[in-house]
Every structure is written in C-alpha cells, then in structure tokens.
Design a protein around this ligand. Structure first.
Ligand code: URP
Ligand code: ZN
Ligand code: ZN
Length: 461
C-alpha cells in the first residue's frame, strides 16, 4: 500500500487540538509529528484545515423494507453519500422478521451490504420477536458475528414492538455475553390510541403524525426503559432522543447513580415542529418517529451535549422519496417514517455547533466519532486519530461556505431535509483506511470498498 502524508493541518481529537503532520501506511496512521521528515508517494497539504477522525454514524437504515416500501438509499448510494459528508463508518440495523431467527436477519443484511458498501459498516440486530430460540442466538451473535448491540422497539405494535417482559429477557441475555441493548423509546399503545383518535376525527394531514406522538409518548417509554435497565443493572442506550421530557428521565436516573447512554440525531438539534405546518403535504418530508419537537427541546439537547448527558449524534438516516411519502397523502399514519441526513450530519454539526459556539471542536469529535466507536466496540481502530488507528480521516475547510440542496446532495432522495441551509465549513478530502475516498466533491472509491466490522464487547463507558 502506498504511503501518504498530510501536512500542515490542525488535528482534532475528542481531547486535543494541535498542529502536526500525519503519515499513513498500510491503511493505518503510523506517525504523527510536527514537521515530519518522511517523504511519501502522495502528499496532501491541509493548511488552514481541520483533520478529524472519520465520522461514525451509529444509526442508519439503508435498504430497509418499512411501512410497505423500502428506504430509498441502498448500501451503495447511502455509504457514498456518507463518505461525501465525512462519515466513513456506519452502523446499520439488521432486522429480524417475526417468526424467523436473528441470524437470518443478519445474513440478509450482509447480502444487502457486501460488494455494495463503499464505507465501512457494522450491524446492530433489531430484535422484534424475543423468545427461547432467539435468546439462544445472542451468545453467537456477540462472540462469532461481532454484533454486540441489539435494538428493541417499544412502538410499532404488530410489526416491531416487543413487550416489557421480552425487553427484560433480552437485556438479561445480552448482558450475560457482553453486549448492550438500544431502545426506540415511544409508548406504542399510547401513540396508537392517539393515531386512532385523530383518524376518527378526520385529521389526516402530516402534522397529525406529530400530534399523535407528543412528548409524553417518548418520555414515558424512556423512563420505563431506564427503570427496567436499572432493575437488572444493565447498560442501556436510548436511540434518537428528541425532547426535554425524555432527557429529564435520564437526569432523574443520575440521582441513583445510573448511567444512561443517549443518542440524539442532527435533525432534533436543528429542526422543529413548525415544519409540519407547511402548506399541503410538504410536512411529510419530516414525518419520522419520534417527530421533531419544539425549540425548548432543541435547547435541552444542546445543553445535554454540553453536560455529557447526550453522548452520540447520529442521523437515523431513513430516506423515502416524495412518491413513497405520498402513500400517506390521505392518511398521515401511512406516511413512511424517516428522513435523509447521512450526508449532512458532520458539516451541519460543525457549522451549527462549533462555528456558532454551542459546542467545542473536541465535543464535535467526541459525539460524532469517539463516543460511537467506544460504545459500540470499534475504538481505537475507529473514532480517533492515533498511531495504529485506521487512517479514516476527514479534512474540513472551515473557510468554505456552501448551501445544502437536493440538487447537489448524493443521497438518493428527491428532497433535502435542509434545503437552502447555509453551512460554514466543507468536507474537502476524506480518507478511508488510508485511501483517498473523496476529493473536492468527487468519489474516488466505489461500491465494495467498504469492509464489514466485527465489533468488540461492550465495556464500561
Ligand atoms: O422514523 C423513523 N425513525 N424511521 C426509522 C425507523 C426507526 O424507528 O428508527
Ligand atoms: Zn427507532
Ligand atoms: Zn432508526
């Protein structure tokens, strides 16, 4: 493998910011030093730019069959879009089908990704049918397949939802073998009853999606998941947290010295529920679960990042084109849930977080790169810049301003959640395992370049 040197950039990790040169060899960072004397086959000048570890998006849905259709990005388009935005690793969800084994779900997702993914990838397994048979699969999934995290749904009854008893059983089994359970925390019965009431009243527009899933739907389920985890002394990770009420349950738990791991997504930090008031069917673009909230919730999440209560910023990238969204034209409950974002997370969090002084540049790396790597067993191979780590590197030019539009995005979706959004700071060059994957907006790697990552067991975080 050819050697490569990056000179004159400012290297940023979760703890440090310093000027140094970087030498890359055989997919790894092999030296970090000021005025590195080594010569290489390829030299990149990063003067005026930041060098971040490759981003890790811990929550994506590529090629997901969902609500009668499939998410519009597959593993090729989705991971290429991710690379364009500085995300070099994704953790997607392999879904079990009710009545089938967990391994069948995992192997199905391997087939979707193998030979297609351009970025590195790993899988959480979504457990939708926990029983004696699936319980027995957990050990092998963790020890042989490198799947050390499992998602449960407290909502989507009749499709994905498990009950509390199953959650308890899964948490017990997963902890035994060194994994962690992640939770989609919404009270499914409460949401379903509000959906039914709205439909009966003839309330069919997209905004009723959000009105059927108010804050209490999420905060109740979050509190319940946290309590269940506490009862068994289990680690627990709450996915896509959106609101103050849910975060308050996390704060409450700290009083009994419980540590809850929390993920939010970029859209919950930046967008609010006013988008559902847009004319016609436009609000459908942001129909996702949980829905977008109020400015006070955004404030709570930003503060949560600062306070160390929110550990990860992901995307829950689950795009559907407008034609697909139109399945719910006359009934909000049939709008496929999800929105695009895999390409935008790093630049948006840099621009809105770091440039606007809401978070430090080291916090940016912590929540985008290091924490997802640590929690999900990829650290220090991924998630930091260090000698011996994979040379997954993002060179971002903070001087370049640009506008997010559907025309310029690489995600396979016919709208942008952030249409017209001005962003300060642009991803210029991306390296994945030492290979230049993106340069000045051009992809230099393609399908099949991405590797499956077997993950390590969950360690105390
Ligand atoms: O609306 C969402 N979040 N769609 C993706 C599935 C999920 O719940 O994460
Ligand atoms: Zn979810
Ligand atoms: Zn999701």
């Amino acid at each position: 493998m050819a050697t490569l040197v990056i000179r004159n950039g400012t290297i940023v990790t979760a703890t440090d910011t310093f000027q140094a040169d970087l030498l890359v060899e055989n997919e790894k960072v092999v030296a970090i030093s000021k005025n590195l004397s080594a010569r290489a086959e390829r030299e990149i000048d990063a003067t005026g730019c930041y060098i971040f570890p490759g981003g890790i998006d811990a929550h994506t849905h590529l090629d997901l069959p969902f609500m009668g259709t499939s998410s519009s990005d597959d593993f090729e388009t989705g991971t290429l879009a991710a690379l364009h935005g500085g995300t070099t690793t994704i953790i997607d969800f392999a879904f079990q089908t009710v009545g089938k084994s967990l391994k069948e779900g995992l192997y199905e997702w391997h087939k979707k990704a193998e030979g297609k993914a351009a970025a590195d990838y790993a899988f959480h397994v979504a457990v939708v049918d926990f029983n004696e048979k699936t319980r027995q699969e957990i050990k092998d999934l963790i020890e042989k397949e490198g799947v050390t995290s499992f998602k449960t749904f407290m909502a989507y009854k009749g499709a994905l939802m498990i009950d509390d008893r199953q959650m308890i059983g899964l948490m017990n089994e997963v902890k035994k073998w060194g994994g962690i359970v992640t939770v989609h925390a919404e009270n499914g019965d409460l949401a379903d009853s509000l959906i039914q009431i709205n439909r009966e009243r003839g309330n069919k527009a997209p905004r009723f999606h959000a009105l059927s899933r108010p804050e209490i739907v999420e905060s109740e389920a979050t509190g319940r998941a946290i309590d269940i985890a506490f009862a068994g002394q289990h680690p627990v990770y709450i996915v896509h947290m959106t609101c103050e009420g849910a975060l308050n349950r996390v704060k409450e738990a700290t009083k009994r010295n419980q540590r809850v791991l929390v993920e939010t997504c970029i859209q919950y930090l930046l967008l609010d529920d006013s988008v559902y008031e847009r004319p016609g069917f436009e609000g459908a673009k942001w129909v996702m679960s949980p829905p977008l909230r109020k400015p006070k919730d955004q404030e709570a999440l930003w503060n949560g990042l600062e306070q160390g209560l929110v550990h990860v910023v992901a995307t829950d990238h689950c795009p559907f084109c407008m034609k697909q969204k139109e399945m719910g034209k006359d009934d909000f409950s049939k709008i496929p849930n999800g929105a695009p974002g895999i390409e935008n997370r790093m630049e948006l969090l840099y621009s809105e977080g770091v440039e606007k002084g809401r978070i430090s540049i080291n916090k940016f790396v912590e929540v985008n790169c290091s924490n997802p790597a640590k929690i999900f067993g990829l650290y220090p191979q991924k998630g930091t810049i260090a000698v011996g780590s994979d040379a997954d590197l993002v060179i971002l030019d903070p001087r370049v301003e640009h506008t997010l539009t559907r025309e310029t995005q690489h995600m396979n979706c016919d709208y942008s959640s952030y249409e017209g959004w001005r962003v300060k700071g642009k991803v210029k060059t991306v390296l994945l395992r030492g290979t230049v994957a993106i340069e000045n907006g051009k992809a230099l790697v393609g399908k099949g370049f991405g590797k499956y990552l077997k993950r390590k067991k969950f360690e105390h975080f």
